[in-house]
Design a protein around this ligand. Structure first.
Ligand code: PHE
Length: 360
């Protein structure tokens, strides 16, 4: 009998001391499990004399029920405590004001347009604009591209629809930003210093071409503008834009109907681990076409070529965005993949300006 009350005291102490469900389970197994102290004793009842069994049986069964109840109560208490602790830890003030993280980013093309606008503004260029659906005259004729000129084919033009029986030349999706040269000359006359960033369209699609892409046109007209000033302007622009002192440009003699003489300009770059680097390496990437404005183009813009002359250039914005920010595939620019936009996008409201830095 004594050893039953000893056992009882011992097990109840262990139950009270169990501080987590695992410890409590260990106490239960030691008491009521198959080889538990109480179970073993219950099993011994079979070998007892009837008198002994009469005495020990009820006591042992009562002990078993009492321990069982104590275990249950302790388990419930532990669970309550665990829940209380969790609620304390996960406490949340639902009356706090919401602070949503801004998710939107500035597309690299918009970023680059802001950057180059800042650079050219610093050199005295203002921004001019023209429509994306352009007349045949502005896109071609006024730029000295006659109807039978092969450049019309080279431009892979998208034509707008004309009603049946309407024989005027169809409008086009502008194939370059050069028509804005004519519009700016007509609107503002000479002298003139403008850039015209915007969308252009050509039927072309591969890793470095998309049917819609972006150019920025540059046009400077004055009494004595020379090719040297064109070269200086472009080099100055590239140094500021790429934020690299050692930018290297290569001028190649070329031909455009709207400039004479004409030059295409390549920039020294390298492919490293699938990323483009500028200012180093042995590759050259064509980034722009340029030249001295053709007298016929000045005339089409209403400017007297005997009084004025100028330079013009057209630069691929997407190309220089790829170069500056190491973006390998042009097509991804226009797929609106949110993962891409988050990776290559720029913080909103962080407008580029020269004193503070272009690409923070
Ligand atoms: N418009 C030309 C093109 O799209 C680029 C250019 C612009 C060349 C101005 C010379 C002067 O390829």
């Amino acid at each position: 009998m004594d050893d039953i009350s000893e056992l009882r005291a011992q097990v109840l102490t262990q139950v009270a001391a169990a501080s987590d469900p695992d410890a409590l389970e260990a106490v239960r197994l030691a008491a009521l499990g198959k080889k538990g102290a109480i179970s073993l004793r219950l099993r011994e009842l079979g070998g007892m004399s009837p008198e002994e069994r009469q005495r020990a049986g009820p006591a042992l069964n009562a002990l078993k029920s009492e321990i069982d109840a104590a275990l249950r109560a302790r388990r419930a208490a532990l669970e309550d405590a665990a829940l209380a602790a969790r609620l304390q830890g996960e406490w949340l003030d639902v009356t706090l004001p919401a602070r949503p993280r801004p998710r939107g980013t500035i597309h690299p093309v918009s970023q680059v347009m802001d950057e180059l606008t800042a650079i050219f503004a610093d050199m005295g260029f203002s921004v001019a604009e023209g429509p994306q659906i352009e007349s045949d005259w502005y896109n071609f004729d006024a730029l000295n591209i006659a109807p039978e000129h092969p450049a019309r084919q080279e431009h892979d033009t998208f034509f707008m629809h004309r009603a049946a029986g309407d024989n005027r030349p169809p409008h086009v999706l502008r194939t370059h930003t050069s028509p804005v040269q004519i519009r700016a000359m007509q609107d503002q006359g000479a002298p003139l210093r403008v850039i015209a960033p915007g969308r252009v369209y050509r039927m072309d699609m591969d890793q470095t071409h998309a049917p819609m892409f972006h150019q920025v046109e540059g046009l400077a007209i004055d009494r004595a503008i020379t090719m040297a000033q064109l070269k200086w302007t472009l080099e100055e622009f590239c140094r500021a834009f790429f934020e690299v002192e050692a930018v290297e440009l290569r001028f190649r003699a070329s031909h455009f109907p709207f400039t004479e003489p004409s030059a295409e300009v390549d920039i020294r770059c390298a492919w490293q681990d699938g990323q483009l680097k500028i200012g180093e390496g042995d590759d050259w990437m064509e980034i722009l076409g340029s030249g001295m404005v053709h007298p016929d183009v000045l005339r089409a813009g209403g400017i007297d070529p005997d009084q004025w002359q100028g330079f013009a250039f057209g630069l691929g914005i997407d190309r220089i965005a790829m170069l500056k920010y190491g973006i390998p595939d042009l097509r991804a620019f226009f797929e609106s993949d949110l993962r891409w936009l988050r990776h290559y996008g720029f913080a909103a409201l962080d407008l580029p300006d020269l004193p503070a830095g272009l690409s923070r």
